[in-house]
Write a protein that binds this ligand. Structure first.
Ligand code: PLP
Length: 287
């Protein structure tokens, strides 16, 4: 406790418990007292602690190859992408991989501006999307936002579950609407089916992209693989995180066709898809 109290940033208020180990949904402190883990790493360890399959996968991968950037192909990542594509809402058929939920939201916001060429993002009152500068701009809670002003321009917040408010806010300058299928940090407030379906139709009609943030609700936290599937709604961009890695910090964004096929995005995707030029033979290379 002493070292952490002295050396950690102090950003988070701590409880007076030293958590020493866990198994499934049980935690033990230094004194051997057992607790039911209702925190679950804040929605991260949904497969429990010391899960044998997760531990084995981490161990085996670490023994084989510890990292591999996307400039190379990799068989394990390919298998992962195949598997991920089978559980997301139909229509999300490309994926960007990253390291956290906030980063997944940053990415989705960037894709939205990139592919629409529009500056603005409509978010919701009580919405939470992370604490990096872009994700924080979409987050509502003033106490998270105010110390870091100025945040990104072009963000507004409208009442959640209120289609009229959304309809009044979305216009030809709106790159995206970003919304949680169930607001988590802001209290547990599920979006109604009508709201999500209405948001889907509105975005399509006005040329904005629909981002449904499934960082908290994804990977079966609400029973369905993703909460938006319960309403039969497929977003254009779906940020994921937390439970995706079973405890390993990870994030991803599911990307729909409306993003990739926009003329602006196509330019960039084409650039990104350019292969490395063949290397000219070096006079020193042995053939
Ligand atoms: C809905 C939602 N989006 C994004 C985030 C940020 O995710 P991370 O903490 O992995 O950056 C959270 C975290 O609680 C969240 O609940």
């Amino acid at each position: 406790m002493d070292s952490e109290s002295r050396l950690a940033s102090g950003v988070y208020a701590k409880r007076d418990i030293v958590i020493a180990r866990g198994k499934d949904a049980t935690l033990w402190d230094k004194q051997g007292r057992a607790y039911i883990d209702c925190v679950s790493g804040q929605g991260v360890s949904t497969l429990g602690h010391a899960n044998e399959a997760v531990a084995r996968a981490i161990y085996e991968q670490a023994q084989t190859l510890i990292s591999c950037p996307e400039i190379f192909y990799n068989d394990v990542r390919a298998d992962f992408l195949e598997l991920l594509s089978t559980v997301v809402p139909a229509g999300l058929n490309r994926f960007f991989l990253c390291n956290s939920g906030a980063e997944a939201n940053e990415t989705a916001l960037k894709f939205a501006r990139l592919s629409t060429g529009r500056p603005n993002v409509v978010s919701t009152v009580r919405g939470f999307h992370g604490r990096t500068m872009g994700a924080l701009s979409a987050t509502f809670e003033p106490k998270y936002r105010e110390p870091f002003q100025p945040l990104l321009s072009g963000f507004s917040h409208v009442a959640f579950n209120n289609l009229e408010a959304l309809t009044n806010a979305v216009n030809d300058q709106t790159a995206a609407v970003i919304v949680e299928a169930v607001q988590g940090e802001g209290g547990v407030h599920p979006a109604s089916d009508d709201y999500l379906r209405g948001a889907r139709a509105l975005c399509r009609e006005r040329g904005a992209l629909l981002i449904i943030d499934e960082v908290q609700t994804g990977f079966a936290r609400t029973g369905a693989w993703f909460a938006c599937m319960r309403s039969g709604v497929t977003p254009d961009l779906m940020p994921m995180g937390k439970a995706i890695g079973g405890g390993v910090p990870m994030g991803a964004v599911g990307i729909g066709d409306a993003v990739r096929t926009s003329p602006r995005a196509r330019m960039v995707v084409l650039l990104a898809a350019t292969r490395w030029p063949a290397r000219p033979a070096s006079p020193h290379s042995r053939r």
